[in-house]
Design a protein around this ligand. Structure first.
Ligand code: FMN
Length: 197
């Protein structure tokens, strides 16, 4: 039996161990119409219908933009876009622009007003559903997905092997804190025989 360490919950516990998260890029439009892109890892589908959520902060332009415009996009970058995705968290120039955004090729969203990261493998376009404030200094941003597209090479097909798909198109994971992983080897999950969602 390993010894168990109790953590002090009077301060944040999340730097004391590793957890796995996706790494996504949220796209919004600034007041002047400029594209803003920011990496997020606290992000996931919200339920079984087409809702997606991420954790943000009113201190971030992303949250202010999403609330002002009522829309945001989500791009799922590929492992070879890791550095460019990370640089989207770098500082702004004195004029308020974020030079790292210009370095990442984008393409227009189809349905909402906004931009998507070119060469990502999955793209969501969301209408803001609600913002839940008050998790310390953080907020939960929830969007309804009104358009979605996927690189054909990452699209699951009934006649193809899922393991081959992730091997050919590896996934990017943020291993919090401060690490990442490229996931290329995946396995069929051992569900109980009578398991139903
Ligand atoms: C790998 C990584 C993951 C991040 N995950 C989150 C996150 O889940 N939620 C969040 O609010 N900020 C997260 N951030 C920080 C913001 O994205 C970052 O501060 C960004 O520059 C905010 O830009 P904005 O002011 O244009 O919105 C993350 C940053 C990095 C580098």
């Amino acid at each position: 039996m390993p010894s168990i360490v109790e953590l002090d919950t009077r301060s944040p516990i999340w730097s004391r161990f590793f957890t796995v998260a996706p790494l996504i890029v949220v796209g919004t439009l600034e007041v002047d119409g400029a594209v803003d892109l920011a990496p997020k890892h606290m992000a996931m589908p919200l339920g079984w219908q087409n809702y997606f959520c991420f954790v943000c902060s009113p201190r971030h332009a992303t949250q202010r933009n999403a609330q002002a415009r009522g829309q945001f996009t989500v791009s799922f970058p590929r492992p070879d876009q890791l550095v460019q995705s990370s640089l989207l968290a770098s500082g702004r120039a004195p004029d308020g622009s974020k030079p790292a955004v210009a370095a990442l090729p984008t393409m227009p969203a189809r349905v909402v007003e906004g931009a998507l990261v070119r060469d990502a493998y999955l793209w969501l376009e969301c209408v803001l559903e609600r913002v839940v404030d008050g998790f310390g200094e953080n907020s939960l941003i929830v969007g309804e997905i009104v358009a979605a597209s996927v690189d054909e090479r990452a699209l699951r097909a009934s006649d193809a092997d899922d393991a081959d798909l992730t091997s050919a198109m590896p996934l990017l994971a943020y291993v919090s804190p401060r690490r990442f992983a490229e996931i290329s080897e995946t396995f069929s999950f051992p569900f109980p025989a009578d398991f139903r969602l």
